[in-house]
Design a protein around this ligand. Structure first.
Ligand code: MG
Length: 378
């Protein structure tokens, strides 16, 4: 394909994929595109174990590492970075991601701008494997942004000045550790997210309140079982300066969650109850909003559809993450200007990050102004 035809088809495909309001490629991109005919996309991946700064405990388990797979897609002299992170409770593993990625044949697509086609193809390979699909989606978006010479948020029309704050998460722990963690982060963030859902909830909140008056979000990770007790606790939490409650009850208990949402004073956000776009219709009326995570929803393409759907239903949008490097976190942060709440601190919870990308300044996320995700390899 001639260069002019290639650019034309790439831009047309970008328009179809929601990458429409892009600038023309920068001079560097033009030079590199002109340098060689468009070849085939090649996919590489390797396992990487994320080391957590602190043992992480939620209502159902504890861990000190998270399995992860790093993905790179090469095309026409550019490399797009992606990542699959697999917290154990979701049932994915390094092996399941490797197995899925080994089946993927990107050479059948002529360009990374064919995002809709490529993601539909990935869904034909399996009904599960969201983290592996997200890794490819993230790398493709990075690649498209680099080829267009613009950051993703700019291509989508989002204002980076509206990225806003991210919560910083404090896991369940002894009062001493919770106090220490809170002291470490109280001056750096504007809002904290507290893991609750065990008998220690009141102690957790009181310990944090002995250190800071910052607003709090709480995440029960399905840990509360009795809806009346949960409602009492939510009223108490509101008095303690809590502004939202994530996944209070087991995800199957939609009627009880609707009962809580109706009577409680705080927004109730679905996390475990929502994975992909297809899950949202059933949640209407039961939850005030949804927590979108790239590792659950297969990546940015579907995440943006979920935002649009949630908005159409009057639901709040939270963008979250798993424990991830700055690759996937910076991808999620591209969506921050379109969200009501962000919990994108996965890169801040590990000690062996591979990239510099989104950073946090005075509690607010700062998006890189480089093309694509805007990552720098460390
Ligand atoms: Mg959660």
């Amino acid at each position: 394909m001639k260069r002019r035809e290639f650019i034309g088809s790439a831009l047309a495909a970008a328009a179809a994929a929601g990458l429409a309001s892009c600038s023309l490629p920068g001079s560097e991109a033009r030079k590199r595109t002109a340098a060689g005919a468009a070849g085939k996309m090649t996919l590489r991946f390797y396992p990487y174990e994320l080391q957590l700064a602190h043992t992480f405990t939620v209502s159902s388990y504890s861990r000190t590492t998270t399995p992860d797979v790093q993905v790179e897609i090469d095309f026409d002299g550019y490399t797009g970075y992606g990542e699959a992170s697999m917290p154990p409770y979701l049932g994915h593993s390094t092996e399941s991601v490797r197995k899925f990625l080994s089946k993927v044949d990107l050479s059948r697509f002529e360009s990374p701008f064919l995002l809709e086609d490529i993601m539909a193809y990935l869904d034909t390979l399996s009904d599960s494997d969201a983290p592996a699909k997200a890794a490819i989606d993230i790398a493709l978006h990075d690649l498209c942004g680099k080829m267009l010479g613009a950051p993703l948020y700019r291509i989508w029309g989002y204002n980076p000045a509206k990225a806003g704050p991210t919560t910083f998460t404090i896991g369940i722990d002894t009062p001493e550790i919770v106090r220490q963690k809170t002291e470490e982060c109280a001056g750096k963030y504007k809002i904290l997210k507290v893991k609750v859902g065990l008998d220690s909830d009141e102690q957790m909140i009181r310990t944090i309140r002995s250190v800071t008056d910052l607003p709090l979000a709480v995440d029960a990770n399905q840990g509360w079982k009795d809806r009346s007790k949960a409602l009492d606790e939510i009223f108490w939490l509101q008095q303690q300066g809590v502004v939202l409650v994530e996944q209070p009850l087991p995800k199957e208990r939609l009627d009880d969650t609707a009962w809580l949402t109706e009577r409680g004073p705080l927004p109730i956000i679905a996390d475990e109850a929502v994975q992909r776009l297809r899950d949202i219709p059933a949640l209407k009326g039961a939850y005030s909003g949804i927590n979108i995570k790239l590792m659950k929803c297969t990546g940015l393409l579907e995440a943006r559809k979920m935002i649009a759907y949630a908005r159409a239903e009057g639901m709040k949008v939270m963008v979250g993450c798993m424990t991830e490097t700055s690759c996937a976190c910076t991808a999620a942060a591209q969506l921050a200007p379109a969200a009501d709440f962000c919990d994108i601190d996965g890169n801040l919870l590990i000690t062996n990050d591979l990239f510099k990308g989104m950073t946090v300044r005075d509690g607010d996320m700062v998006l890189p102004d480089q093309p694509g995700l805007g990552l720098t390899k460390l």
